[in-house]
Every structure is written in structure tokens, then in C-alpha cells.
Write a protein that binds this ligand. Structure first.
Ligand SMILES: CC(C)(COP(=O)(O)OP(=O)(O)OC[C@H]1O[C@@H](n2cnc3c(N)ncnc32)[C@H](O)[C@@H]1OP(=O)(O)O)[C@@H](O)C(=O)NCCC(=O)NCCS
Length: 226
């Protein structure tokens, strides 16, 4: 456990340019404190001390503002920056070298006792305020933009942004339109645009038949003229 805490501190030194000394990291980084509470709580959870594990996790939340369920699986080299408001659910799985910024939620959608929280593969970065919801997987090396709401799997080495989250870059290449691989997302704006386009199509068809009727009428009136 102490090895893991030492490695958490090393991670902060490596990834945060604002970190100046190990002492500063030990005393002033709530992410490091939250991970220390979690590593203790998780150990108790795995040994069957469920109530005590929840209590340790609760103290961790009280002290840091970061809520991590003791059953959540956490890899090595996880970096929680700022931290306040982070929520990590019971069945969440976090790989190695993952970065989580302030206000991230790894939340569930189901009320059943099953895998219902996300899995973040190695080297994923999740921007401030992003919400990742459901038993989905964020592929290795992917980055989730600040403020995004992700509800579908994300492939490896992708950038996903927006509400709902869409893949905008994959392997460094810009992704557009149908290739965003998430066209079935419940996006109210694109649904409204689709409905408007459908309405325009139907109005154009009506206009066309009206125009033809007027033309026919015009021709027959011209034929009736003396
Ligand atoms: C998504 C992110 C990882 C992409 O970083 P990047 O690869 O450097 O890409 P860029 O910033 O150049 O942005 C790429 C495109 O995505 C857009 N974009 C970036 N972040 C976005 C976001 N959060 N929401 C919506 N669009 C976003 C940019 O406008 C840009 O669009 P364009 O290609 O049409 O010009 C990054 O912008 C981000 O959100 N990082 C989190 C930072 C954070 O939370 N900081 C707070 C610290 S407490």
C-alpha cells in the first residue's frame, strides 16, 4: 500500500508542473490523500470489512471532497488533479497512468447490482467536469474533453468532446460526420434538425404539386381564352 502511495506522489511530481517538492505533494494534494484513503478502504473491502471500508471512504470524502467507492478498482500512477467534486462509483475500473481532473463523475445508470460504472483503460485523461455514465469503456490513451457527457464506448487513442460526447479525433486524425461512430446518440439538437429537414422536404413536395396544379390551370385557362 505504501508503495502505491509513493507511486501516486511520484505521478503528481511527473505530471503537474505546479508541484515543487515531495513535501508539498504529501501535504497539499487532495488527490494524493483521496487515493491513500481509497487504497486503505479497498484493502479493507477486499478482506470483507465492508462497513469499515465504507467509513474510511467516507472520511476520505469528508477531508478531500473526492468520493471513491472502496470497491472501485484503481491502477497505478493515477493522477487526480484538484479533485473536488469527483465521484467514482462502485464498479468503476481505472487503469494505469489515468488522469482525472476536477468534478469528474464515473457514474452508473442501472439500479441493479451489476457492472454499471465505466472502465477507463490505461493512459486515459478525463477533463474537468466530464461525466462518463454507464458500463462503457474508454479506450487506451483516449482523452475526454472538459464538460463532456460520454454515454457510449470510446475507441483507443481518441478525443471525445461535447454533450453527448462525440469522437472528434482518432489516432491524431480529424473525424467528421458519420465516421464519428456515434450517430445513434440521443442528441436533441441533431434530432430537431432532422425533423426540420423532414418538414422542409414535405413542404417542398406540397409546393411542387401546387406549382404543377397552377401551371395546369394556367394552361387550361389560356386554352379557354378567345
Ligand atoms: C478535449 C481536449 C483533451 C483536447 O485537447 P487537444 O488535443 O489539445 O485539442 P484542442 O484543444 O486543440 O481542441 C481540438 C478541438 O476540440 C475542441 N474542443 C476542445 N476541448 C473541447 C471541449 N471540452 N468541449 C468541446 N470542444 C472542445 C476545440 O475547439 C477544437 O476544435 P477544432 O478542431 O474544430 O478547432 C482538451 O481540450 C480538454 O478539454 N482538456 C481538459 C482540460 C481541463 O479540463 N483543464 C482543467 C484543469 S482543472
Amino acid at each position: 500500500m505504501f508503495d502505491a502511495i509513493r507511486s501516486d506522489m511520484r505521478t503528481v511530481m511527473e505530471r503537474d508542473p505546479a508541484a515543487r517538492s515531495a513535501l508539498e505533494v504529501l501535504c497539499c494534494y487532495p488527490g494524493v490523500h483521496a487515493l491513500a484513503f481509497h487504497r486503505l478502504g479497498n484493502r479493507l473491502w477486499r478482506r470483507g470489512w465492508l462497513g469499515l471500508a465504507r467509513f474510511v471512504s467516507h472520511i476520505g470524502r469528508f477531508v478531500t471532497g473526492i468520493e471513491i467507492h472502496p470497491a472501485a478498482k484503481m491502477g497505478r500512477g493515477v493522477f487526480i488533479d484538484h479533485g473536488m467534486g469527483i465521484v467514482i462509483g462502485e464498479t468503476a475500473e481505472i487503469g494505469n497512468d489515468v488522469s482525472l481532473l476536477q468534478g469528474v463523475t464515473l457514474g452508473g445508470t442501472s439500479t441493479r447490482r451489476e457492472k454499471r460504472h465505466p472502465t477507463l483503460c490505461d493512459r486515459v485523461t478525463v477533463g474537468a467536469g466530464a461525466k462518463i455514465i454507464g458500463a462503457i469503456t474508454i479506450g487506451e490513451g483516449s482523452r475526454v474533453g472538459a464538460g463532456s457527457v460520454v454515454v457510449r464506448d470510446v475507441p483507443p487513442n481518441a478525443v471525445v468532446v461535447g454533450v453527448p460526447g462525440r469522437v472528434t479525433y482518432k489516432d491524431g486524425q480529424r473525424v467528421t460526420g458519420i465516421d464519428m461512430n456515434m450517430t445513434d446518440l440521443p442528441d436533441p439538437v441533431s434530432r430537431a434538425i432532422e425533423q426540420l429537414l423532414e418538414r422542409i422536404r414535405s413542404l417542398e413536395a406540397d409546393l411542387d404539386s401546387l406549382r404543377k396544379a397552377v401551371d395546369r390551370e394556367g394552361l387550361s385557362s389560356a386554352g379557354d381564352a378567345p
